[in-house]
Each structure stands twice: as C-alpha cells, then as structure tokens.
Design a protein around this ligand. Structure first.
Ligand code: HEM
Length: 387
C-alpha cells in the first residue's frame, strides 16, 4: 500500500475513485496530510452524520440507533455528548489506570512466559486492551470472557476466516447494548470509581446521558478501544521484528520508550480510513467536490507525507517531533482514547522489553482482511522461557 499511496500523493492527491460496482457511488480519496487535517477540522463541510461506510449495510432502524453514537454525530449535537464524556478521559483520570495496565501486561506475560512461545495476538495484544476497558467501565471480572468473545465477534466481519457477517455483527452489537443496560443498572446500585459510574451521574448542568446514549457509548468504547490498540500492539511488535535495530536501541536506552508509542501509531496507523460526506460544494487542492460526494481520508498515507515528515519511510523510535495523525486529524472527533492508547502501548512495550528482551518472530504474520483496520490476526513468537 505504501507505493500506491506515494503515487497518489504525488500524482493525484485528491483522487476520484469510480466504484466498479454498478450503482455504487465513487469516492474522493484524500491522501495528503494537510487535506486530511482540513477535512477532519471542518465538520460543517464534511459530515460524519450524513452517511458513513458502515451504514451502507444497515437498515434505517440501525442507522437511527447508530446516530446516538458520537462517532456519527456532527456539532453541536456531537459537542454536547463529547463535552459530557471528556471528563472520564482527562490525562489525570487515565494516569490512574497505569498500575492496572502494568498489572494486566504482567499477567498476560505470566500466562505464557514459561512456554517459550505464543501467538502474540491471541495471548497478548487481543486480551490486553479488552481487560483495560473492562476496568475502565467497571465491568465485573467474571464478565471479561463474555465481553472478549463479543468484541471479537465485532471485528473483521470482512474477513472470510472469521466466518461472520455484517448481520452477525449487528446481532452482537445488540447483545453488547443489552449488556450495557445491565451494567448501568449495576452501577446505579453499586457506584464505583470507574468511568461508567461517573457517566451515569448528572453533570454540572444537571444533564445525564439517556439509557440508550449510555449503552451506545459503551459499545463505542468497546469498538473503538479494542481493535485499535490490539493492532497498534501487534503491528508494533511486527515492526520491531522487521527493524530489530530499533528494538536493540530501546533495550540499550529505555528512555526512548517515551517517543515509541507515537512512532508505532504513525508507522502502523491501525485505523486506515474514515469516511465523511460533503455537505456543500467545496474545493480542495483545486478539485471541485460536490454536495453529497463521499470523501475518504487515509491516515497511513498522511502519516508518510514527505511534506511533513523527515524520512517518512524510516521507523525511528526516537522521532521527535512526531506530528502524526494516527489518532485523527484534529477535528471534533479526535480520538477520545489518545492518552489511554499511548499509555497502553508504552507500558506494554516497556514490560515486554523487560520480560521478553529476546522475543522474535516464529512464523508468518497473517493479516486481517479489512479496509478499515490495518490488522494482524496471528503473529507466532518465541522467546527464552522464564518464570
Ligand atoms: C476516534 C484512532 C484507541 C476511543 C478515533 C479516530 C481515530 C482513532 C483515527 C477518529 C478520529 C477522527 O475522526 O478525527 C485510534 C487509535 C488507537 C485508538 C490508532 C490506538 C492505537 C482508542 C482507545 C479508546 C478510543 C483505547 C477508548 C477506550 C475513541 C472514541 C472515538 C475515537 C470514543 C470517537 C470520538 C468522537 O467521535 O468524538 N480513534 N484510537 N480510541 N476513539 Fe480512538
């Protein structure tokens, strides 16, 4: 994909892609950093609400429900909900999770370290963010496995290996929503120190999320917080196997861990794209975009833009500054989990460097078939067994 994006940036930075399927509309492919930022920061021109790729498969009822999710809202509706949930995601709130994140990392490594081999995805990077989210939303530990299975069933329904379908994902979403309603009832009775409890309390203006809004937010956290971090971690690990000098550099200088997570997110760009819809005729880079046109922003391309990054094709754990936009181009939807994801990746790699310094690839990595997520579904690894 790198070569394709490089050509697009050079030859057709705003490219109209005609969909070969009859009846399907084409889309604008936005591949330059500045243009991805422009689209992200102008929701009045490029709406997240009007339609998204996900909606293509959905019924009108599903769409109405999904529009309660802030990912699919525009300001001012979006600003209200985002303002409301932001309080759970301040750097201070997230910092409090550090110890838990470290414990989870150690626990997962404890489970495999004596074996000397593992599947990095199944054993480490997949359960890792899910366990963190369970803590975040105060889900009882005995519910972890159920949520893990449900969240797994949400991913990769484009991938024939999983044998799922958009319809199945819809049923699973409904099950998660049912669970979120139960969780709300549980937290009303047993208020805890978690984000769910915080979100169920009225804010300073006396506003609370409706039951459906709360449930959709929990579903959003499970969708947005799992697959992204999982693939940041797996993609990061694979990248270190391909660039062993950078792993050795970190072993020799642990201070570089501070800049590692961001370089991993730039390099891997776990989220490949988002779709917007043009709300009026507008011009980008001299091309005329018409009201109603589908506009797709590509993060991996923006994160290799030669006009922004020095040596964009060099994976450099010490890269600083690193203005990557793997967490979004800075508009209202900028990733709510940025601080959390950065902390998760930092702690996980720190613990891996400490406990599995000689970790190496032991077989072929299998990629997820998906146009949305740059994912890996299997990554065999080996390391010196220890206690
Ligand atoms: C939105 C990336 C981890 C929660 C987004 C967006 C991107 C993104 C690209 C869309 C930004 C936009 O449209 O401008 C990532 C990556 C992650 C990650 C690469 C990990 C490496 C997380 C985590 C959570 C999270 C751990 C929460 C637990 C969200 C939410 C949104 C979002 C709720 C929607 C925000 C809104 O609509 O206002 N993320 N994310 N993300 N992310 Fe993340």
């Amino acid at each position: 994909p790198d070569e394709g994006f490089r050509r697009l940036r050079q030859e057709a930075p705003l490219y109209w892609h005609e969909d070969p399927n009859e009846g399907s509309p084409g889309f604008w492919a936005v591949t330059k950093y500045d243009d991805v930022v422009h689209v992200s920061r102008h929701p009045e021109l490029f709406s997240s609400h009007a339609r998204t790729s996900m909606f293509d498969e959905f019924t009108d009822d599903d769409i109405a429900l999904y529009r309660l999710m802030m990912l699919f809202m525009d300001p001012p509706q979006h600003s209200r909900q985002r303002g409301y949930v932001n309080k759970g995601f301040t750097p201070r709130m997230i910092k409090q999770l550090e110890e838990h994140i470290r414990d989870v990392s150690h626990q997962l490594i404890d489970d495999v370290v004596e074996r000397g081999e593992a599947d990095f995805v199944r054993d480490i990077s997949a359960p890792f963010p899910l366990y963190v989210i369970c803590e975040l939303i105060g889900a009882p530990v005995e519910d972890r496995n159920k949520l893990f299975d449900l969240s797994n069933a949400l991913i990769g329904f484009d991938d024939p290996d999983y044998g799922t379908s958009a319809e199945h994902a819809r049923d699973v979403s409904a099950e998660i929503l049912g669970y979120a309603h139960e969780l709300a009832a549980y937290h009303r009775e047993h208020p805890g120190d978690d984000i769910a409890t915080k979100l169920l309390q009225p804010d300073a203006d006396g506003r609370v999320l409706s039951a459906d809004e709360f449930a959709m937010f929990i579903l959003l956290l499970i969708m947005a917080g799992n697959e992204t971090t999982r693939n940041g971690a797996s993609g990061g690990m694979l990248t270190f196997f391909q660039h062993p000098d950078q792993w050795r550099r970190l072993l020799a200088n642990r201070g570089l861990i501070k800049t590692t997570a961001d370089e991993v997110v730039r390099w891997v760009s776990p989220v490949n794209l988002f779709r917007r819809t043009a709300m009026q005729d507008t011009e980008v880079r001299g091309r005329q975009i018409k009201e109603g046109d589908k506009v797709v922003i590509f993060y991996p391309s923006a994160n290799r833009d030669e006009d922004v990054f020095e040596n964009p094709y060099t994976f450099d754990v010490g890269r600083d500054p690193n203005p990557h936009i793997g967490f979004g181009g800075g508009g209202p939807h900028f990733c709510l989990g940025t601080h959390l994801a950065r902390l998760e990746l930092t702690v996980l790699f720190e613990v891996l460097l400490e406990r599995m310094p000689d970790i190496e690839q032991a077989g072929e990595a299998r990629r997820l078939r998906s146009n949305f997520i740059n994912g890996i579904k299997e990554l065999p690894v080996r390391f010196t067994p220890s206690k």
